[in-house]
Design a protein around this ligand. Structure first.
Ligand SMILES: C[S@@+](CC[C@H](N)C(=O)[O-])C[C@H]1O[C@@H](n2cnc3c(N)ncnc32)[C@H](O)[C@@H]1O
Length: 268
């Protein structure tokens, strides 16, 4: 989060938009820096949660690719793992550019493809259980897609007219428990969760079993569990290396074609 806010030059007094704010983590962090924060999300329950997390922020219900703001209203926009959720990323980028003042900053993250090893685990478990992606799951049309690499993301931002684009991949080790890792898809979170919960109970159990066996790859070599050494006490662990392209950019708004739909683009 600090890298994202630094990339957007979030500082005291800056007018910041956190788009796709979710639970409001970036909005709250920006508010702690003294920024004048506005946040939007497409989901009403997320708007409520963000409002609690960032009580000084102006939190609203709004969805890309259309935002209820004037041209150049913000010094900077941040969007943490949001562009990978919109059906028309190019049009969404144009809108972010429109609401950012000339010379302002836009800092975004997307998940990379191919995914990092730990992140790919759930998909491997699904496939190992013989489950294939249903045709009716929303997918980004080929003409809207872009390579989820540093070069591919940077090119997309350049195409949108952003200048001085820079894109890095962040890598980290995420330590979690098998139960925690399974809880998201088991509750239907994200595309992979919808895929899991649309299956009969026996298939869901098979996926969970495959996840359990595959996750053994991530257990520490000495047999201990990665998360068992911390002050939180013993618990089984799965280690997930994560990678995020982070792309700050800036530039002068240019008009984009109207009309779009919103859909989940890819499973992380
Ligand atoms: C993966 S979450 C990230 C949330 C938050 N940025 C964070 O870092 O925790 C993606 C968020 O984007 C929101 N979202 C999805 N499509 C959107 C759209 N078209 N416009 C605005 N928000 C959207 C979702 O409701 C969700 O809260």
């Amino acid at each position: 989060m600090p890298r994202l806010l630094d990339a957007a030059r979030v500082r005291a007094g800056a007018r910041i938009l956190d788009v796709g704010t979710g639970t409001g983590a970036a909005a709250a962090a920006a508010a702690r820096r003294g920024a004048d924060v506005t946040a939007v999300d497409a989901e009403p329950d997320m708007v409520a949660r963000a409002g609690e997390a960032a009580p000084t922020a102006d939190v609203r219900l709004a969805a890309l690719p259309r935002l209820p703001f004037h041209d150049g209203e913000f010094d900077a926009v941040v969007g943490n793992f949001v562009l990978n959720h919109v059906g028309r990323p190019r049009q969404a980028l144009g809108e972010l550019r429109r609401v950012t003042r000339p010379g302002g900053r836009i800092a975004l993250t997307v998940w990379p493809v191919p995914a990092a090893a730990g992140q790919a685990l759930l998909g491997r478990a699904v496939r190992a259980a013989g489950v294939t992606r249903p045709a009716d799951l929303p997918a980004l049309p080929a003409e809207e897609d872009f390579p989820r690499t540093e070069d591919g993301f940077a090119a997309l931002l350049g195409e949108a007219g952003l200048q001085d684009v820079d894109c890095d991949t962040l890598v980290w080790n995420h330590r979690t428990t098998l139960a925690e890792w399974w809880s998201g898809p088991a509750a239907g979170v994200a595309t992979i969760g919808r895929l899991v919960t649309s299956r009969p109970p026996a298939v869901v159990a098979a996926i969970e079993g495959r996840l359990r066996s595959l996750s053994a790859e991530f257990t520490e070599a000495d047999g201990t569990q990665p998360a068992s050494r911390g002050p939180a006490g013993p618990r089984p662990g799965v280690r997930r290396p994560g990678r995020i392209p982070v792309a700050p950019g800036g530039g002068t708004p240019r008009p984009l074609a109207p009309g779009t739909t919103d859909e989940q683009s890819r499973s992380p």
